[in-house]
Structures are given as C-alpha cells and as structure tokens.
Write a protein that binds this ligand. Structure first.
Ligand code: NAD
Length: 254
C-alpha cells in the first residue's frame, strides 16, 4: 500500500487539475451506511419500492419512502465529515482541486470545508425538500419534525402537492447542468481520483472513464474491487479516511 500511496502523491504533485469523485464509501466512516455493503440500506429495504414513478403514483409507496427517509436522515444529520472529506478540502486549499463530483447527498464535503461551488452533486441533496407541484422549498430538518410528529406522508402546506427530498431517485432524470458539467470537467482534468464508489450506478460510473479516455490519469480508492479497476493507473483497496490521510501526509512530507 505504501508504494501505491507514493504513486498517488507523485501524480497529485504533477497535476494542476485534480477531480475527486466520491460515492457512498467516502461517508461510511462518518457513520452513514452505503447501499451495497453488508448492513447497507439495500439489506433492509427493497430498491424497487423507491422508483420515482411509484413514488409519484402511489400513496403507499410514498409512505414506505418517508419511513425509510425518516430513519436514514438521523445518521445523516448527526454525521461529521471524516479524514477523507477533510483531505479533499485540503487539496482545494493547496490549489490542486478542479472540483469534487459526488454521488452523495449528505453535504459532508461542504461541511468539511470544500467550497459549495466546487462540489457537483450528481444525485442531488438530502438537506432540502421541494413540492413537486409549486416548487416551494423546505429544509429537510423541518420535514423531519413533521415526520417525528407522526405525519406519515408530508404534503405541501402551500398547495397540497407531493413533497420529495431534492435527491435523484431511481427512474428520475439526472440534473442536466450538473451532469453536463461533470462530463465536461472530466474531459479537461489531468488526474481523476475515485474514492468509495462501487462504480455501478449509471451514468455517474461513466464519468471516470470519460476522464481516462481524454488522457487523465485514473486512481481508484475503494475497499473492494470495482468494475473499472482494470482501467486505473493506481488502485488502492483500503479505507477512504486512512488512505487519504496518508496521501496528505506524504504530500506534505515526502
Ligand atoms: P455503493 O453503495 O454502490 O458503493 C460504495 C462502495 O464504497 C462499495 O464498493 C464499498 O466497498 C466502498 N466502501 C464502503 N466504505 C468504504 C470506506 N470506508 N472506504 C473505502 N471504500 C468504502 O455507493 P455508490 O457507488 O455511491 O452508489 C450508490 C448510490 O447511493 C449513489 O447514487 C449515492 O447517491 C447513494 N448513497 C449516498 C449516500 C450518502 O450520501 N452518504 C449513502 C448511501 C447511498
């Protein structure tokens, strides 16, 4: 592992425009479960229940969704950024970072000190909720207080419309601006570092390949093998926080 960390450090030193691409694995050390690991969200809930079309067409689906969301929001709200989020924020302060492209909805990059304008959220954010009819916005915190008062399916207090967190559900279209910007920046970076993603959710999982095909070096840091390991210049199978703190330590000392 030390050799690989040295290689990543050398790549960062040689690069001017680094993109960090994160998935749920960057936040598990903050206490937010990912989807696919043992104990992850999909061992408890069936993803098929959370398709967007079901959500908008069935009160029963919305009730299941909000039950899951009520439970998932608590660890998310209490989570604190970990060493990996902090290392990414430090890369920005060192002037190396082009942007962070994240599949996460937990706001932890921003809370670690990454500038909001440098964080591209491909799958939206869990910190706000919108009415699907009149677009009135709420904080997720306010809606949580309704759920904790035993509201099973919250409705817009302005127009009675369906409320939904500002996250991208299965079957829902990706945000156009963020998706285009992610692919555009990927084509123009010199180093692309994936941290904590199984690289199975599309189209997000294609962004690293776009960078690689355009000539960037590709680094993948993940606990277990991913589908794209064979395309990477350096692969480290380890924990995000531990690996990224070592990378920073090497950058500052070796
Ligand atoms: P995923 O669950 O498919 O994969 C996470 C990967 O991270 C796994 O391969 C796992 O081995 C690895 N991992 C777990 N902990 C790790 C650690 N500490 N260090 C290094 N690797 C670690 O997640 P994904 O690829 O992000 O895609 C699933 C979808 O889940 C995304 O769309 C994302 O929006 C959503 N999601 C987000 C959060 C969050 O915001 N924190 C949490 C769960 C799911």
């Amino acid at each position: 592992m030390e050799d690989s960390i040295q290689k990543v450090t050398d790549l960062i030193r040689r690069s001017q425009k680094v993109i960090v691409f994160t998935g749920a694995g960057v936040s598990t050390e903050s206490g937010i479960p990912d989807f696919r690991s043992p104990g992850g969200v999909w061992q408890k809930y069936n993803p098929e229940d959370f398709y967007y079309q079901k959500f908008i067409s069935s009160e029963e689906s919305r009730e299941k969704y909000w039950q899951m969301s009520r439970e998932f929001y608590e660890p998310l709200k209490n989570a604190r950024p970990n060493a990996a989020h902090e290392a990414v924020a430090e890369l920005e302060r060192m002037g190396k970072l082009d942007c962070v492209i994240t599949q996460n909805i937990d706001n932890l990059h921003q809370r670690a000190g990454s500038s909001p304008q440098k964080v591209i959220e491909l799958h939206g954010t869990a910190v706000s909720v919108s009415c699907l009819s009149c677009r009135k916005k709420y904080t997720r915190e306010e809606i949580q207080s309704w759920l904790l008062r035993d509201v099973k399916v919250p409705r817009c207090d302005a127009c009675g419309g369906i409320l939904k967190p500002d996250t991208v559900s299965f079957g829902q279209s990706m945000p156009v601006r963020e998706t285009e910007e992610a692919f555009h920046r990927a084509r123009n970076c010199d180093l692309f570092i994936v941290i904590g993603s199984s690289l199975v959710v599309q189209p997000a999982a294609s962004v690293p390949l776009e960078a690689k095909e355009a000539g960037a070096k590709l680094v993948i840091i993940n606990r277990e093998p991913t589908y794209h390991d064979s395309y990477a210049d350096v692969v480290i199978h380890g924990s995000a926080g531990e690996v990224m703190s070592k990378v920073l330590e090497y950058l500052k000392t070796k």
